[in-house]
Design a protein. Structure first.
Length: 237
């Protein structure tokens, strides 16, 4: 883990997390071996997802050259997530894992997965509007008033209905009871309607078309092109 990180992430050896207590390389090594300690023991529900996910990520990144853009991007994201709370770390690990494995799914499932980022963006815009102080640091607001834990709260509240990823991680957030009080009472139907109305179908379709029409052989795609061709062939009649 340390070797892969140091070969691809400039300055990672000097990066520290847990409010300066540990190096980022040590934190990711510990996560690789045991999971995220604030989210329970190694066999907790969320760590049973996180540990295989981070091991898969490093296995896939080890197949790429140290300077490969995909490798540097993924490992840099993990390194910088360690400078935030472990809820953010879990979310980023599972997101990268999802991105790496989504193209093994059916065409329909890949389309659904491609919508997740749009949904997350809509939720974050809502949080920005509703919770004005959510991006202040821990010296100015309580943890359950900060964006990472508010995301957990809303994901636990509407994740199933809205089709968000990371429901297990959200339900494992140690501040979830306080977060739910912070959110107050939200009629799910109204919240879901507001988020749906804030999403742009046109932008999503334009993103899909740009991805499908990208002729580069090294493009990092949202949708597996072979899967598209197979779907078309089976649905032409």
């Amino acid at each position: 883990v340390r070797g892969l990180l140091e070969a691809s992430v400039p300055g990672v050896a000097q990066m520290r997390g847990q409010r300066g207590e540990k190096t980022v390389t040590s934190m990711l090594s510990d996560c690789y071996n045991h999971g995220l300690w604030t989210l329970g023991p190694e066999d907790s529900a969320v760590n049973l997802q996180v540990v295989p996910a981070i091991r898969h990520i490093f296995a896939e990144m080890s197949k790429l050259e140290p300077s490969d853009p995909k490798r540097t991007s993924c490992l840099s994201t993990l390194a910088h997530a360690c400078q935030d709370c472990q809820q953010v770390q879990a979310r980023e690990i599972l997101r990268i894992f999802g991105d790496l494995t989504a193209q093994n799914e059916t065409f329909e499932m890949q389309l659904k997965y491609s919508l997740i980022r749009e949904k997350e963006a809509a939720l974050n815009r809502f949080i920005t509007q509703k919770h004005r102080d959510c991006d202040l640091d821990h010296t100015r607001v309580q943890p359950w008033q900060q964006r990472p834990h508010l995301v957990s709260g809303y994901t636990a509240l509407i994740g199933d209905e809205f089709g968000l990823d990371g429901l297990t991680a959200a339900n494992s957030d140690r501040f979830l009871p306080q977060v739910m009080k912070e959110l107050g009472k939200h009629p799910k139907r109204d919240l879901l309607e507001k988020l749906k109305n804030d999403m742009s179908v046109k932008e999503w379709l334009q993103t899909l078309l740009a991805d499908i029409n990208n002729q580069s052989s090294s493009a990092d795609r949202l949708i597996n092109r072979d899967c598209i061709f197979k779907w078309v062939q089976s649905n032409m009649s």
